[in-house]
Design a binder for this molecule. Structure first.
Ligand code: HEC
Ligand code: HEC
Ligand code: HEC
Ligand code: HEC
Ligand code: HEC
Ligand code: HEC
Length: 448
């Protein structure tokens, strides 16, 4: 019986080893071949890389105009127009082919005049876009021409893919492919880490199983031997006894101790967190996104929070400020219609307040933003990346005080501080003149 088992054992291990070796090699090959596969697969990357090069090659003379047009377009037109899709106004792809420049210039300068003059195309497109008026732009002819050449260059981008492949020759193609290969390798690596982890886990499980099998077989082999003494036999027959562990006082003591510690820790944390709202992120009545406005569209914080540099509190903008843009932008969006409804009903939008210090504390925005020169993000976090605002800082007294202890005051060129700084430096050599040196940690500064 034993001898049969023993003879099959090496075969079993050999099979196991071969399985692993092949799985391992397969996954290694996958990693290695990822860039190869993508070389043919990921064409868009290659096209995007090659297209500007090709465009620059054919139209070098216009490069400066295109760059200028790019800036003008982003500054004046991008909030209503995109190249390939309808935003507020029509998609501008190939507009230079649709309309002659002699039409485009007067249109962009004053579209309503064109419509009023009865120009057939102007009236048609005006009606087609629900009679929305495109604003007039005080741009020069040259500026408009540069915008149009930018639009022309952008329009050609997708079609350049095939043209580039046919005519640009090998150099362009190789460049593009290498770039695409590198890009795909980057994403590929992430994918294969997962795969490798799975393979590792499987390997570990199989290893444990094999070890258990080996231990059993060794036990069996040893039991077959006659020359063992009493102690060895006892060891061999030993079974793992869970109840012994369970009954042990030491283990019980440890468990109770651990439990008490966890409960204590949690309750202390809970008590300390009373009145702490860090991370508070209420749902707002309108899906207003700081990421979209302050981030992507780079609208200045003070455009909406108009009093943040001037007074104690940073105001929340009224619906009128929204209307500066949204009388034109996204007028059909259900979220924007909520703004119109609030205005019709003459009721303010009911924003939910996020930050709220208790009444006993005094905090002044202008003191920190205008005088102290502290960025909004230092206290409010990456607002420009937040879809929905949340409270980033703890707003505890310790938080205020810690900054006041460390933050050096900007005293340069401010006559008010000259003597104070001199006195401070005389008394504490070398120590920085911080907010607290100026009394920023006195209770009465922050408490009424
Ligand atoms: C506030 C939104 C808005 C802005 C900003 C805007 N447009 Fe327009 N644009 C429109 C609308 C709406 C139309 C459709 C015609 C209409 O309703 O008057 C239009 C139409 C056009 C057309 C005609 C398109 C076609 O298919 O024939 C051109 C060209 C154009 N805009 C260029 C520009 C340029 C260039 C700028 C920037 C300098 C610009 N627009 C800025 C809203 C805007
Ligand atoms: C287009 C207008 C607009 C711009 C630009 C804007 N905000 Fe706001 N902000 C709002 C509105 C509306 C609210 C109220 C709704 C909300 O909390 O999302 C708000 C809320 C906030 C709040 C939370 C106020 C509270 O209830 O405690 C903070 C903090 C804030 N904004 C900071 C900033 C900062 C910093 C910037 C610049 C990076 C900025 N905002 C740019 C409109 C704007
Ligand atoms: C300076 C111009 C400007 C101001 C002021 C402004 N917005 Fe916007 N808003 C935009 C632009 C640009 C977009 C993006 C439109 C797009 O996605 O094409 C936008 C998009 C939005 C959207 C998303 C609409 C959708 O359906 O995708 C909402 C909601 C919104 N704004 C609400 C507000 C509110 C509320 C205010 C006032 C507190 C406000 N906006 C003030 C320019 C502005
Ligand atoms: C030194 C930290 C700090 C800086 C810097 C700061 N804030 Fe605040 N902000 C706060 C605190 C604290 C509150 C809560 C005030 C309260 O409840 O009285 C707050 C509240 C707000 C509110 C809600 C309305 C209000 O005044 O209570 C807005 C909006 C706001 N901040 C916007 C801004 C913007 C925009 C900037 C940058 C220009 C900025 N904050 C810079 C700490 C700061
Ligand atoms: C990121 C750093 C920072 C944080 C956080 C901060 N402050 Fe300040 N604070 C300053 C600076 C810098 C000044 C000094 C401005 C100046 O006068 O140049 C200041 C000044 C003050 C002053 C005036 C002190 C004086 O000597 O006149 C008060 C009051 C104050 N802060 C209250 C608060 C409160 C309340 C909080 C917490 C809710 C807070 N601050 C959080 C940096 C901070
Ligand atoms: C830099 C500003 C600042 C200074 C200086 C300061 N505090 Fe505070 N204090 C605060 C803020 C902000 C809160 C609210 C914190 C919160 O809500 O968690 C607070 C809360 C408190 C509370 C707790 C009240 C409650 O109901 O939880 C007490 C008590 C207090 N402060 C006493 C003092 C004393 C005493 C001093 C002087 C030794 C002092 N504070 C100095 C900003 C300050």
């Amino acid at each position: 019986m034993d001898s049969i088992r023993l003879r099959t054992l090496p075969h079993f291990f050999l099979a196991l080893f071969l399985t692993f070796a092949s799985v391992g090699r397969a996954s290694a090959q996958d990693v290695g071949s990822a860039p190869d596969v993508s070389k043919e697969g990921v064409v868009p990357g290659a096209a995007a890389q090659a297209a500007p090069a090709a465009a620059a090659g054919t139209t070098t003379g216009d490069a400066a105009a295109i760059a200028a047009g790019d800036a003008l377009y982003k500054g004046n037109c991008a909030q209503c127009h995109a190249i390939n899709e309808v935003v507020v106004g029509p998609a501008l792809k190939d507009v230079h082919k649709r309309r002659p420049i002699s039409w485009l210039i007067p249109w962009i300068k004053n579209s309503s005049k064109m419509v009023a003059s009865g120009d057939e195309y102007s009236v048609k497109i005006f009606n087609q876009y629900q009679k929305q008026q495109m604003p007039s732009f005080a741009l020069t002819d040259a500026e408009i021409t540069s915008i149009v050449s930018y639009i022309a260059a952008e329009s050609e981008k997708p079609s350049q893919v095939t043209a580039g492949g046919a005519t640009a020759g090998n150099a362009g193609q190789v460049d593009g492919q290498e770039a695409a290969g590198a890009g795909a390798a980057g994403t590929g690596a992430g994918q294969y880490v997962d795969l490798l982890l799975i393979v590792l886990v499987v390997v570990l499980i199989v290893l444990v199983v094999t070890l258990v099998i080996i231990a059993n077989i060794m036990g069996d082999v040893l039991k077959g031997r006659k020359d063992l003494d009493g102690r060895d036999v006892e060891l061999l027959d030993q079974k793992f006894d869970f109840s012994k562990i369970y009954k042990s006082n030491l283990v019980r003591g440890l468990a109770v101790g651990l439990f008490v510690l966890v409960v204590l820790y949690e309750s202390v944390q809970g008590v300390m967190a009373i009145g702490l709202d860090q991370g508070y992120q209420p749902t707002q009545p309108i899906a207003f996104s700081h990421k979209l406005h302050a981030g992507e569209n780079q609208i200045n914080c003070a455009y909406c929070h108009t009093s943040v540099y001037k007074s104690k509190s940073a105001n929340i903008p009224s619906a009128n400020i929204c209307m500066n843009c949204h009388s034109q932008i996204k007028t059909e969006s259900p979220e924007i219609k909520k703004i119109y409804r609030a205005i019709e009903r003459k009721q303010p939008i009911q924003w939910v307040r996020v930050h709220n210090l208790p009444d006993l504390a005094y905090f002044n925005h202008s003191q920190h933003t205008q005088v102290g020169g502290i960025e909004c993000q230092t206290c409010h976090g990456p607002i420009q990346n937040m879809e929905v605002v949340y409270q980033y800082s703890p707003l505890t007294m310790g938080w205020c005080i810690n900054c006041h202890r460390e933050q050096p005051l900007n005293t340069k060129g401010n006559g008010y501080y000259d003597n104070l700084v001199k006195l401070h430096d005389a008394a504490n050599q070398g120590a920085a003149f911080t907010v607290s040196s100026n009394g920023g940690t006195e209770c009465s500064k922050c408490h009424y």
